[in-house]
Ligand binder design. Structure first.
Ligand code: UDP
Length: 415
């Protein structure tokens, strides 16, 4: 695995983890449990980090020197990719992997460069998961998108040259085809959820009101937490003042909540709308603590403008909590409208409030959606299932890369 900016170690120990950290940590660990040997390469962002750190049985994290050994925003990492590729080449010349899996477009650039350099005679197949696509980000964020300009041509090139591409949802697969990625190289494998940690049974934090709505995620504008705060005011207009909103998450790199401009913006909005006494901004919560918080909620709301995948509704469903989600990106696959949660149009606080009112008024409905969500997570989204599907995609990619497309007859021999 190559995960240039998102170390899986952040997902295990700290609170500063986004979806990619969690994904790489959990996928690698599940592959390790299934008997594979996994090495995760990430950029050294702290001089005190050891070169190699065991993560889980069969899984090791390797810190490569590429740029300053300090936190660097991911949009400033492009110049350091050649150094990252040098580190990959040095390690792969020592122990050659069977397959390389790049996470995020920049890891793909480094991985493809390094794979070409170590494999002049025998191909070293590269599979790519994008986690997010620049073309989608640009569509929604316009000039506010701080990605380097090179992303526009490098990202589709990674998709077109990788031996296989793993899309995490149907919507992403369609975007990839539109970018010119060959359809037969794309496999949809969703992100997973830790169904052993995120369970309906277990302790739950006490609520401060009869009902609690929860928002979990990085406090960046596109996650739409302000829309949920506005929906609280709309709920009050509908006569529902027995509800509190707990907001979990931070904007990264800001340790004191009071210094976080996004926190201040949300607090100001809550004050203006007269709901400040029922909106609680909690800051980041470690993964291990999240189930206790999730179980305290009547519903989780994810109201992003767009969402490449969105792990939080899976975590909610695994805890038996229904989610109200904007019908965008991966959320349309992971939440089944009327079965495990409710879809609402994006950027529409009235629709969020109406969906929440439906759930808050109907406890049997909440329980039915929660139970169906849990069942769906167990059958389709456990990391063991996701890792098995990923390993199958690896095998298919190895066959394609080493024997050409359509060499199905040797399938059994390679298993
Ligand atoms: N997360 C967490 N603590 C927080 C905020 C988020 O553990 O305070 C986790 C959350 O549980 C989920 C991940 O970070 O596993 C966020 O993933 P998602 O795909 O929802 O969003 P991303 O940050 O990747 O855009």
């Amino acid at each position: 695995m190559v995960s240039e900016h998102a170390s899986p170690l952040a997902a295990i120990g700290g609170v500063d983890a986004g979806g990619q950290n969690v994904h790489v940590a959990a996928l690698s660990s599940a592959l390790g449990r299934q008997g594979h040997e996994v090495t995760v390469y990430t950029r050294r962002d702290d001089p005190s980090l050891p070169a190699r750190v065991p993560l889980a049985p069969g899984v090791e994290v390797v810190h490569l020197d590429a740029g300053p050994a300090e936190r660097v925003p991911k949009d400033a990492l492009l110049p350091f990719l050649p150094a990252l590729a040098d580190g990959l080449v040095a390690d792969w010349e020592r122990v050659r992997p069977d397959i390389v899996h790049g996470h995020f477009w920049m890891s793909g650039v480094a991985a493809l460069d390094a794979a070409r350099r170590v494999a002049p005679l025998r191909p070293l197949p590269v599979v790519q998961t994008f986690h997010a696509l620049g073309v989608v980000k640009r569509r929604h964020q316009g000039a506010a998108d701080s990605s380097p300009a090179e992303r526009e041509h490098l990202e589709p090139e990674v998709g077109r040259t990788a031996d296989g591409v793993l899309a995490t949802c149907t919507d992403e697969a369609l975007e990839l085809v539109a970018l010119g990625v060959p359809g037969d190289s794309i496999t949809v494998v969703p992100c997973g959820v830790d169904t052993g940690r995120f369970l309906p049974a277990g302790p739950a934090e006490p609520k401060g009101q009869p009902h609690r709505i929860l928002s979990v995620g990085r406090l960046v504008q596109r996650k739409g937490v302000d829309l949920v705060v506005t929906a609280m005011a709309r709920l009050a207009d509908l006569g529902r003042t027995d509800v509190e909103l707990v907001v979990v998450g931070g904007s990264g790199g800001v340790s004191d909540l009071r210094d976080d401009p996004e926190v201040r913006r949300l607090e100001d909005l809550a004050r203006q709308l007269g709901v400040a006494d029922r909106v609680h901004i909690r800051g980041q919560v470690a993964q291990a603590e999240l189930p206790r918080v999730l179980r305290s909620a009547d519903a989780v709301v994810c109201a992003p403008w767009y969402e490449p995948f969105g792990i939080v509704p899976l975590e909610a469903a695994a805890c038996g909590v229904p989610a109200v989600v904007s019908a965008v990106g991966g959320l349309t696959d992971s939440v089944v409208h009327g079965e495990t949660g409710l879809h609402v149009p994006p950027r529409n606080p009235d629709a969020i409030a109406a969906a929440l009112a439906t759930l808050l008024d109907d406890e049997p409905l909440r329980r039915r959606l929660g139970a169906a969500g849990r069942a769906r997570m167990e059958s389709r989204y456990s990391w063991d299932r996701v890792a098995a599907d990923t390993a199958e995609a690896y095998r298919r990619t190895i066959r394609r890369a080493t024997q050409g497309v359509g060499a199905g007859t040797t399938e059994g021999a390679l298993r």
